[in-house]
Design a binder for this molecule. Structure first.
Ligand SMILES: Cc1cc2nc3c(=O)[nH]c(=O)nc-3n(C[C@H](O)[C@H](O)[C@H](O)COP(=O)(O)O)c2cc1C
Length: 316
């Protein structure tokens, strides 16, 4: 047990990050059932879809689970918060925006608050606003990313030194070595996105899982830098088209249209990978199999135990 597992009432300090269009009840419940913390990614959902997912996850697990609100992109934030309270959701993660206005009402209802931060300044502000846990996310991560470009390796120890609340590392973690490294850097848990997509329970198209398994260390790219909409994607013909459009000076409207939810769904859910994008982090190069969530978590934890023994003998 450490501070993260105690605060979240979970067995292992492994969190699945919210993933719009991907982390529905099925995947999130499997992760909570396996001893980690599953998260519903509701940032792309209507209110009735959010409610349906809450009903579904409660039917699938009695373990704690989390709901992620990506503040800037979330439609109907106030109403989603009300649903969270109505359904007694125990943990909420707030990302992509200022969490301060949302924290008091959630805390008053006893909800544990995780805030995702990409810099020391953001982490300190979140702590002051009442966050219970910081997820510090580095530039290796999949999906919408920070303009700071600070990597996990450099971000975690600096955030851990700057705040008193526990820090969870995100971005570039995919196996027990990543967990052990995160702990060495001062984190007390990890959050993963990319690795959880290549599991049996993730309801994405097989082409997405196949693409993850075929990826090498250099098979992601970052689009949208020049437009202030930074996003890390798996390298596909569609992602390269986006990059080319950007080089040609495309408008923000056109870029937004080409990276909207319909294009994400086309790639990730329908497997039309030349017609839509696939979010993917740099850890994709490490993925070579599609285990169940339980197999993945258990093998990661077993590896951490072995590694901690190795650390004792090699650092003598
Ligand atoms: C398909 C996909 C969708 C994502 N959507 C969100 C989101 O809605 N909100 C959020 O805070 N993070 C989102 N993320 C980021 C993850 O929650 C997580 O922090 C990140 O993937 C960790 O880095 P990794 O991919 O290297 O494991 C998304 C990631 C992926 C792969």
């Amino acid at each position: 047990m450490n501070k993260v597992t105690r605060l979240l009432h979970i067995q292992y300090p492994i969190i699945q990050g919210g993933m719009g269009n991907i982390s529905h009840a099925n995947l999130a419940a499997a992760i909570s059932e396996a001893g980690g913390l599953g998260t519903l990614g509701v940032g792309t959902m209507t209110l009735s879809q959010v409610e349906k997912e809450l009903v579904n996850i409660k039917a699938l697990t009695n373990q704690p689970f989390c709901v992620n609100i990506p503040i800037r992109v979330q439609p109907n934030v106030k109403e989603v918060v009300q649903l969270i309270l109505d359904y007694n959701v125990p943990i909420v993660s707030l990302s992509a925006g200022n969490p301060k206005p949302l924290i008091p009402v959630l805390k008053e209802a006893g909800v544990t608050i995780i805030v995702v931060a990409a810099s020391v300044k953001q982490a300190k502000k979140a702590e002051e606003a009442g966050a219970d846990i910081i997820v510090a996310e580095g530039y290796e991560a999949a999906g919408i990313n920070s303009a700071f470009e600070t990597t996990t390796m450099t971000l975690i120890p600096q955030v851990a030194d700057a705040v008193d609340i526990p820090v969870v590392a995100a971005g570039g973690i995919g196996d027990g070595r990543g967990v052990a490294a995160a702990f060495c850097l001062g984190a007390e848990g990890v959050q993963m996105g990319t690795r959880f997509i290549a599991t049996k329970e993730a309801l994405v198209h097989e082409h997405y899982k196949q693409k993850l398994m075929e990826s090498t260390d250099v098979d992601t790219l970052v689009v949208g830098r020049s437009l202030g909409k930074i996003r890390r994607l798996l390298k596909t013909s569609y992602a390269e088209e986006l990059l080319e459009l950007e080089k040609q000076g495309t408008s923000l409207e056109e870029f937004d249209r080409r990276t909207d939810e319909t294009h994400h769904i086309a790639g990730a859910i329908y497997g039309n990978i030349d017609k839509g994008h696939l979010n993917g982090g740099q850890i994709a190069g490490l993925i070579r199999d599609v285990p169940t969530v339980k197999e993945l978590i258990e093998s990661m934890i077993a590896d951490v135990s072995q590694l901690s023994e190795r650390l004792k003998t090699t650092v003598k």
